[in-house]
Design a protein around this ligand. Structure first.
Ligand code: ADP
Length: 463
């Protein structure tokens, strides 16, 4: 079981590849070397045979046929009759003398070789395999005089022994080297992949529940370190998303709990300590409706944000005069601003044609204005301006002299349920800017804010 798992590891496969490539290249190297040695040995044997023939030709000239026959017998005896033989042939192939041939009976006179020699006058040389004998024989035919042919044979025993020894040494060395290559390959693969192991272990720990764990990153900067680094970045992101979701669900729970607690409290007071008058029950019903409306508003806004974020397809785009929409919003909020002691000024052109979802744009402008007034203490100033139109993209700017937003909060204000004021002393549910951003995005625009704590904020929407 463990072996099957091990067989599928990258380290095992790398080791196998390493050993296989090593074996293949050494095998090819050996083959090349073997062929080279075989060719060199053959050439040397042939050269020796040719030299013998020349010697016998010279001997024939000096000592005559009988002298040569004598020499052949002696030479075969001296070298070993199982190693070398001589046959003297007439040009028709008939044998008229030879060294002791008892060991070489199986080697006949090759008529076709004689014919080739006679017709070309060039030495004929061949390797012959004798059945049931281990070693081959190299046989050469050549003239030692115009009428005498010498058939000269030499056992390849030494040559075979040498090649056998070479093969044995090679196989032994190869086995050792392949084993060594596998060991080195295994070691290298394990070393290279140790970083992956660290990532796996960390992933396992995280899967068991500790999201704050990170993979140790070495300063080498290799692929594994890059993987570890990316993995850690991903974890940072997941961790911040998870804590964001947690914060959001805490906020939702908090914002849902407040109206429900109020409804319950009111109902409890009316039931336990109330005087039971119709008027009291009417008050309870009215307050319940009011709180339910707040809850419904919150839920509807959440749904609207999700729907708007889902894309442009959900918009009911019509051609409208954006200037009119902004001006109407200013008129609507003017009373509330004046009541609070805030001056609201509005700088919009007569006409600014824009294609978009009218009610969404109205909500967006209203949210920005509502926030500006809400977060500006009296005496303050809120200025709304619209520029663009005539082919230029419209830009809506809402500037206030209010409490401002800190750098830290600025990163979060567009998140759902985020409110800078942790005590939640101001009314609101923290969804206004999320919806505003979703609307701007759905219209292909951008929103940004410039703000400093205590000096006011400017929200700019580019559509
Ligand atoms: P809400 O207004 O319902 O609290 P928003 O999503 O509209 O929620 O705004 C999120 C938070 O951003 C607000 O709670 C407030 O703290 C801060 N904020 C928004 N607009 C302004 C502003 N003009 N000046 C100062 N703070 C602001």
């Amino acid at each position: 079981m463990a072996f099957f798992r091990f067989r599928h590891t990258v380290a095992f496969r790398l080791t196998l590849w390493y050993a296989a490539v090593f074996a293949l290249t050494s095998g090819v190297g050996f083959l090349f070397f073997y062929l080279l040695i075989a060719a060199v040995i053959q050439e040397r044997t042939d050269q020796e045979l040719s030299e013998q023939v020349n010697r016998f030709a010279t001997l024939l000239a000096v000592r005559g046929v009988e002298g040569v026959k004598q020499e052949a017998i002696l030479e075969a005896q001296a070298a070993g009759e199982k190693k070398i033989f001589f046959r003297f042939l007439a040009t028709n192939g008939s044998v008229f003398s030879s060294s002791n041939m008892s060991y070489w009976q199986n080697i006949p006179v090759d008529r076709s070789a004689i014919a080739t020699l006679v017709s070309t006058s060039r030495p004929v040389i061949d390797t012959i395999v004798i059945p049931d004998r281990k070693h081959k024989v190299r046989v050469l035919y050549n003239f030692i005089s115009p009428s005498i042919i010498l058939q000269l044979g030499q056992s390849q025993e030494y040559y075979s022994r040498f090649i056998d020894a070479f093969k044995r040494i090679f196989i032994g060395t190869m086995a050792f080297l392949i084993l060594l290559a596998a060991l080195i390959g295994w070691f290298m693969a394990r070393r290279a992949l140790s970083g992956v192991q660290a990532v796996t272990v960390t992933a396992q720990t995280i899967a068991e529940g500790s999201l704050e764990k990170r993979v140790p990153v070495k300063p080498r900067g290799d692929e594994i370190d890059q993987l570890a680094d990316t993995f850690n970045h991903m974890l940072d992101r997941i961790e911040s998303l998870v804590s964001g979701i947690k914060e959001m669900s805490d906020n939702i729970a908090h914002d849902l709990r407040s109206p429900i607690t109020r409804i319950r409290g009111l109902a409890e007071v009316t039931l336990t300590t109330g005087s039971g008058t119709v008027e009291e029950y009417e008050n309870l019903a009215a307050s319940t409706i009011e709180e339910c409306d707040r809850l419904l508003d919150m839920i509807n806004t959440m749904l609207l944000i999700s729907k708007t974020e889902a894309g442009v397809g959900n918009l009911e785009a019509v051609e409208m005069n954006l200037a009119g929409v902004v001006r109407d919003a200013c008129d609507l909020f003017k009373v509330a601003a004046e009541d609070k002691g805030i001056e609201l000024t509005c700088h919009v052109p007569e006409q600014c044609v824009f294609n978009g979802d009218r009610s969404m744009i109205q909500r967006m402008v209203a949210n920005l204005l509502d926030n500006a007034i809400k977060f500006t203490p009296a005496p303050g100033h809120v200025d709304v301006s619209l520029s663009g139109g005539d082919g230029l993209s419209p830009v809506i700017r809402v500037k206030d002299t209010g409490v401002g937003i800190s750098d830290e909060d600025r990163l979060h204000i567009f998140k759902r349920f985020y409110r800078c004021d942790r005590s939640r002393s101001q009314s609101g549910i923290g969804l206004g800017l999320s919806l505003t951003k979703a609307v701007v995005k759905a219209h292909g625009g951008t929103i940004d804010v410039v703000s400093r704590s205590g000096t006011g904020s400017t929200f700019t929407v580019r559509l």
